[in-house]
Design a protein around this ligand. Structure first.
Ligand code: SF4
Length: 407
């Protein structure tokens, strides 16, 4: 059960969980926060595509409208100092920094160099920074890749499948698809001199796309990893095709891909969701916030320097990811004490009663946090994908158990 604050409910509207979470009571009970080890830095707040499912621009939170386009250099300096400070205060030998947007390549070559250099210089020599970038790859070329090679920036590229699947959503503002440009970017990063910078593909599921065709299209670039994302949605705004019944369209879609991945004579890539579920079934910890009960140790800095929670929360309601903290005056340690950050780190205590009684709760963990939102009760609900997750986990469990029995 979640720890509730006695003083909650003093404002006009009833507070939603986790506003009522009492962090002091948690500390008295022995809970301790997990320091952030992943820093998502919004170097640019706009995008050169207009994907219709984007949680940044198309959903409840419209905070991007008031954000500066690019993170100013004094803000970058504060970010660099705060990351190094947080690592040192918490004795972290290394951290991960993800350059994000909008589209981060829009920040430009010089600005990205400044940002990478500032963060690395502030952290050296005792803190190692691993750099990553999530990009749509439309602007990716050898100039950027030379820079990323210098700083060891590993790239995640968004690709939804073949041309039809990808261009269903990932279009320019004038309606043109972006598939050809993304493939050109993929060609650039998979050239022998840059392939070590290719981290993998991020692919958002659309039920209209055939799972086998989609998986085969993604395998064409031999990605080291594929991260399938369930479309953003919650109980107030259900994802496409997710009806309020016991059907499992997303579970079935993913099972079809799982069978291709798991039964392949030679494993050609790592599908993160399946890999994590198998780890959890074997009693290990999850490394993904999409599944499992591991504390989430990710924090976001917006282009204006405001410290925020993970930005998929933008799908819940206007202002959902926001905090009142700013890198110019607040250390990241202060954010660790916020109820909304603590809620992501208290494992089973953040589960709704239905999840607490569920036989797969250790593996599922209630699913991705933004998928649990319902106005009135906040995030103290099962995932809107509950039925799909139950089906997928049961299927993977039975596949693994069968193999173990054969062994
Ligand atoms: S399967 Fe459903 S009830 Fe079980 S933990 Fe996941 S979201 Fe909760």
């Amino acid at each position: 059960m979640a720890v509730e604050a006695e003083a909650a409910g003093t404002s006009g509207t009833a507070p939603e969980w986790p506003e009522t979470l009492d962090v002091r009571a948690l500390l008295e009970q022995g809970w301790r926060p997990t320091p952030f080890h992943e820093f998502v830095i919004k170097v640019h707040s706009r995008c050169n595509l207009s994907c219709d499912y984007c949680y940044m621009y198309e959903m409840a939170d419209q905070g991007w409208r008031s954000q500066p386009r690019r993170m100013a250099r004094p803000v970058v300096d504060h970010v660099a100092r705060r990351i190094a400070e947080h690592a040192r205060q918490n004795l972290l030998p290394d951290v991960d920094v993800i350059l994000h947007g909008g589209e981060p390549l829009l920040a430009g070559l010089d600005h990205l160099r400044y940002t990478l250099d500032a963060i690395r210089t502030a952290a050296e020599p005792d803190v190692t920074v691993r750099f990553h970038m999530q990009t749509n790859a439309v602007l990716l070329d050898s100039r950027f890749l030379d820079l990323f090679d210098e700083f060891g920036v590993i790239l995640g590229i968004s690709l939804d499948g073949d041309e039809q699947a990808h261009d269903r959503h990932r279009r320019h503002g004038d309606g043109r698809g972006s598939h050809h440009e993304v493939l050109a970017g993929l060609d650039a990063v998979t050239a022998p001199e840059y392939r070590h910078l290719f981290g993998g593909l991020l692919s958002t599921i659309d039920l209209r796309n055939d799972p086998a065709t989609t998986y085969e299209a993604l395998l064409q670039s031999d990605p080291p990893g594929i991260d399938f994302l369930l479309p953003v949605g919650n109980w107030d705004t259900p994802p496409p095709g997710r009806l309020p019944d016991e059907s499992t369209p997303y579970g079935d879609w993913l099972i079809e891909v799982f069978e291709l991945w798991y039964r392949a004579p030679e494993q050609r890539t790592r599908v993160r969701l399946f890999h994590e579920i198998i780890r959890l079934l074997c009693g290990q910890r999850s490394h993904s916030e999409a599944i499992g009960l591991s504390p989430v140790a990710v924090v976001v800095v917006e282009t204006n320097g405001r410290i925020e929670q993970v930005d998929t929360l933008k799908s819940s309601y206007d202002g959902a990811p926001g905090t009142a903290l700013h890198v110019s005056r607040d250390p990241f340690n202060v954010a660790l004490m916020l109820p909304e950050i603590a809620a992501r780190q208290i494992r089973h205590r953040a589960l709704a009663p239905q999840c607490g009684a569920c036989h797969v709760r250790q593996v599922c963990g209630g699913g991705l946090y933004p998928h649990r939102y319902r106005s009135g009760t906040g995030f103290l609900n099962p995932s809107v994908y509950c039925m799909d997750l139950l089906r997928l986990i049961a299927h993977i469990r039975s596949a693994v158990l069968n193999d173990l029995a054969t062994l």
